[in-house]
Ligand binder design. Structure first.
Ligand code: URA
Length: 205
């Protein structure tokens, strides 16, 4: 299984705020940020470190640095996770992946992509709602097309259908999430879920 569900009190607290239908967009954005910090800590546990010598005021010792992390929020809901990533990861670069679902074919349609060279990067894709898996699988294809080989996805809520699709399409990719929910409904929303993440973040309900 390439899915890790975080079991941390802060993750559960913030997820509850996100799930609550009465949470305002401002409080929703704050909770998305708080929850994402907890996902980032887990996702970056195995980041490679560069070692080098530094001078403390007392003597020489070994220093460590995190290099070459690239975050890729999937537009638009992934933007709700970006601030926490920017505040936590040193010198993180950001690429963007914009995808919409074609209403007739239900297939992902790219409308924007801007990615740096990802050959030596540790890539963190931010896609809060892993529902059918179509958008995330497309985003992983995109980053692999730019050379990425070390890819982790940060999700808020996942559904069995999306996790299965990701395992079939990209078994090499890790998924770190706050929840693994029951199922998708007939409109492809996750239940119990939290509704439309983009609408709730940006107040466009
Ligand atoms: N996207 C969302 O924003 N919510 C869902 O439940 C599924 C996909």
């Amino acid at each position: 299984m390439n899915l890790t569900v975080i079991d941390h009190p802060l993750t559960r607290h913030y997820l509850t705020v996100l799930r609550n239908k009465d949470t305002s967009p401002q409080a929703f954005r704050a909770a998305a940020r708080g929850l994402t910090y907890t996902l980032v800590l887990e996702a970056t546990k195995r980041l490679p470190l560069r070692t080098f010598e530094i001078e403390t005021p007392m003597e020489t010792t070994t220093g460590y640095a995190v290099d070459n992390v690239v975050a890729v929020p999937v537009l638009r809901a992934g933007l709700g996770m970006l601030d926490a990533v920017l505040e936590t990861i040193p010198d993180v670069k950001v690429g963007f992946a914009g995808v919409a679902r074609d209403e007739e074919t239900a297939q992902p349609q790219e409308y924007y992509a801007k990615l740096p060279d990802l050959s030596n990067a540790f890539v963190l894709i931010c896609e809060p709602m892993l529902a059918t898996g179509g958008s995330l699988s497309w985003a992983v294809d995109k980053v692999k097309g730019s050379g990425a080989t070390a890819i982790t996805c940060l999700c808020v809520v996942t559904a069995p259908e999306g996790v299965k699709r990701m395992y079939e399409d990209h078994p090499d990719v890790q998924i770190i999430a706050a929840a693994f929910d029951r199922e998708l409904n007939d409109d492809f929303y996750i239940v119990p879920g939290l509704g439309d993440m983009g609408d709730r973040l940006f107040g466009t309900l």
